[in-house]
Design a protein around this ligand. Structure first.
Ligand code: ADP
Ligand code: MG
Length: 292
């Protein structure tokens, strides 16, 4: 492609809300064979709400939800916001948390009113030595519906199962179908529960799922997809997507996401609408083809 054609191509892209930050991105995007997308905030709205809350026998709902929300009030994870909002809506009091500790990709813990409260994924409970087997049926059923299961332990005993639901963006199904229409393979990379991720992938017709990835494991996930000799474009929005955006053949950041993600990407979408990815690829093909 000539410099002029690339200028025309990138100019047309800008009109469609797609910003090419790197000169070579138009060509690398044209050559992409796999589009790997982050789930939370990219395929989904990234605004989870509390969907289900059930306590173990001997634990009172409001008391446990109040403890859990008091702990989550200290966390900045979107899951935390969903739980705090639910407790507020129910008019439950929040107490101060001491010795707060967050383990990225696992969960959070603190002392609330002299009680030890721990909230997180099943792998967090496993690490703490709390069996989640009593909630196995609930977890499986709700994850199959696309909800993300979490657990709470109070003073070392499993106290509740909690699920949050993060709706798929209304434009995502059309975007995925269009990517398939362009002959691309579509993959999802997420830190979320495997069953939840698979349920959402099935709903969207996504071909491959890499789930339960730790916050610093997305690069490895991108490399694993690339190891099959396919050129990989990665689409993400979060801080922990930045290394994968840089490692992919081409990184596509969502402009409504974090600054670090944007700075690591070759392409930036001005909105969270994934049809922008489709436009960018279609345009990259048209531009390069026209020049030969
Ligand atoms: P993602 O946001 O894609 O789920 P993260 O790496 O941020 O990925 O978190 C992985 C998992 O760790 C979450 O899905 C959740 O189960 C658990 N987790 C992380 N932070 C919290 C938190 N503040 N409260 C409860 N669970 C958490
Ligand atoms: Mg995200």
């Amino acid at each position: 492609a000539t410099p002029t054609s690339i200028m025309v191509g990138t100019g047309r892209a800008a009109e469609m809300g797609v910003l090419f930050r790197r000169g070579d991105a138009l060509q690398t995007l044209r050559d992409a064979e796999v589009i790997a997308l982050d789930k939370t905030g990219t395929l989904t709205l990234g605004e989870p709400t509390l969907a289900y809350f059930k306590t173990s026998e001997g634990f009172a709902r409001n008391e446990i939800l109040s403890l859990v929300a008091s702990l989550e009030a200290r966390s900045e994870h979107p899951i935390a916001e969903a739980i705090v909002d639910a407790a507020r809506r129910d008019g439950l009091p929040l107490a101060a948390a001491d010795n707060f500790a967050a383990t990225p990709g696992f969960g959070v813990a603190a002392m609330i009113g002299g009680r030890k409260v721990e909230v997180g994924a099943d792998r967090f409970m496993a690490r703490l030595g709390h069996s989640v087997a009593p909630f196995a049926n609930d977890a499986e059923r709700l994850a199959r519906e696309g909800q993300s299961p979490l657990y709470a332990a109070v003073d070392g005993r499993l106290a509740a199962i909690i699920t949050v639901a993060d709706p798929i963006k209304p434009t995502t199904p059309e975007a995925i179908a269009a990517l398939h229409g362009l002959g691309l393979k579509v993959a999802m990379i997420t830190g979320d529960n495997r069953r939840t991720a698979e349920a959402i992938a099935r709903r969207l017709g996504i071909d491959e799922v890499v789930a339960e990835v730790l916050p610093d494991g997305k690069v490895e996930a991108v490399k694993r997809l690339a190891s099959k000799g396919q050129r990989v474009a990665f689409v993400g929005d979060g801080i922990n997507d930045a290394p994968a955006l840089a490692a992919a053949d081409v990184g596509i950041a969502i402009g409504t996401g974090t600054d670090v993600a944007i700075e690591s990407a070759g392409v930036v979408l001005m909105s969270g609408d994934l049809r922008g990815v489709v436009n960018a690829i279609a345009l990259s093909r048209a531009t390069i083809r026209n020049i030969g």
